[in-house]
Design a protein around this ligand. Structure first.
Ligand SMILES: Cc1ncc(COP(=O)(O)O)c(C=O)c1O
Length: 408
């Protein structure tokens, strides 16, 4: 049996070619496979296709930029107009005043950048021992060693050897566990890293007051509060950022995914005023960190076109409408027999399954019904549809899930 030369991410390397569904086209909330079968993309691909598939306007912005200046690096002396404009746009919608924007190519790079920013600002401020990063379990912060260490999903650590030192993970919603660390070594804490709503770690909204509690604790020990908004950012919670939905202002925000709706790989960090103040405090200091594609003009042009669509079509506001219909539909599937409960917020939801229903089997049955969901562990199936998903398509998601549930 010959295997595909493409070594797939998060997949079995030994999986045969027929294990993969090959998509050939997308439009709005739908994608089609090579046999012509239509699926409703109830996961916005991997939580990112906010503006939906097949947007000619973004494709045209990419073409126009790629045929003018496709790429040019931004280290040291160089810049370009799409990067400058997108940074200004992101700063204008950010929950912090006077923010600056660092660009990367995805979420993992963004999280590692935020960790490095937290540590290097301690160093600049004359506190080189302030290097501890606190994150949570469960959580997902990517696959580079910084974000991987912060990720609270033990299977993702298995076999990858020593992780990053000075990163500790505490149970979600447990402010007491954080207090215990702060009492012991509060002056060593550089940052607390948290997703506003935990996404790939299982779709868990925070308990009432938790994020505010983190803000208070960071202020108490002089640590940065970092929101990892790779999923929540750019409209998923009915506000540009989850920070605005929860009314808590972080010091840094990591983002990726929906900034371009996936049309180009792009991520970054919103650097708030207090962090920038430290970074800019020493005129001779050089931030020796950056990626070849930081500020990539074609990726940034895609981001500008995507955000223009989101604004013009009111997609941030639409998240609330689409999400409410999805929530009501999914709630009607909670039967105590196969589906124990529903959790999430605004436009990102998950069914919590009973032992009578395996998440992987449900996902497979849903694929047969033409609905794409995402299993997380054995007892969770996640939903995060494009923000353009129509009422009729939301109803199709619910009907397909219902039929699948009856089969497993
Ligand atoms: C909250 C969060 N942080 C970081 C990442 C990593 O992003 P990427 O896969 O683009 O590296 C993800 C990916 O899903 C994420 O959900």
């Amino acid at each position: 049996m010959s295997l595909s030369p493409f070594l797939h991410p998060f997949a079995r390397p030994a999986a045969p070619p027929e294990a993969f569904i090959r998509f050939v086209r997308g439009e709005g909330a739908c994608v089609w496979d090579e046999s012509g079968k239509r699926y409703i993309d109830a996961m916005a691909s991997l939580w990112y296709a906010a503006a939906g598939h097949g947007r000619a306007e973004i494709a045209e912005a990419i073409r126009a930029q790629a045929s003018t200046l496709a790429a040019y690096q931004c280290f040291d002396r160089f810049t370009n107009t799409p990067a400058e404009e997108l940074a200004a746009k992101v700063a204008s919608i950010a929950p912090m005043q006077n923010a600056r924007i660092f660009f990367a190519s995805g979420g993992s790079e963004s999280v590692d950048t935020a960790i490095k920013l937290a540590r290097v600002t301690s160093h600049i401020a004359g506190k080189p021992g302030k290097t501890l990063i606190i994150s949570r379990e469960p959580s997902y912060h990517g696959v580079a060693y910084g974000g991987l260490t912060a990720t609270g999903l033990p299977p993702n650590h298995e076999g990858f050897g020593p992780l990053l030192p000075d990163v500790v993970r505490v149970p979600k919603d447990d402010l007491g566990a954080i207090d215990a660390i702060l009492d012991r070594e509060g002056d060593r804490v550089a940052a607390i890293l948290t997703e506003p709503i935990i996404g790939a770690g299982g779709v868990f909204p925070p308990q009432e007051g938790y994020l505010k509690g983190l803000r208070e604790r960071c202020d108490r020990v002089g640590a940065w509060l970092v929101f990892d908004e790779v999923i929540c950012g750019y409209g998923r919670l009915g506000t540009w950022f989850g920070a605005q939905h929860f009314g808590v202002e972080p010091d840094m925000i990591t983002f990726a995914k929906a900034i371009t709706s996936g049309y180009q790989p792009l991520g970054g960090v919103i650097v708030g005023p207090k962090v920038r103040e430290v970074l800019e405090s020493q005129p001779a200091f050089i931030f020796r960190h950056g990626y070849t594609y930081s500020g990539h003009p074609t990726a940034c042009a895609a981001g500008l076109a995507n955000l223009a669509i989101m604004e013009r079509e009111g997609l941030v506001e639409r998240a609330k409408h689409m999400g409410a219909r999805l929530e009501a539909g999914l709630r009607s599937l909670v039967d105590g027999e196969k589906v124990a409960h529903l959790r999430g917020g605004v436009a990102v939801w998950a069914l919590g399954l009973t032992p009578a229903c395996d998440a992987m089997k449900l996902r497979e049955a849903m694929l047969t019904e033409g609905v794409i969901s995402r299993p997380i562990g054995p007892a969770t199936v996640a939903f995060c549809p494009p923000l353009v998903t129509t009422d009729a398509e939301v109803d199709e998601i619910i009907a397909g899930t219902k039929r699948a549930l009856a089969k497993v």
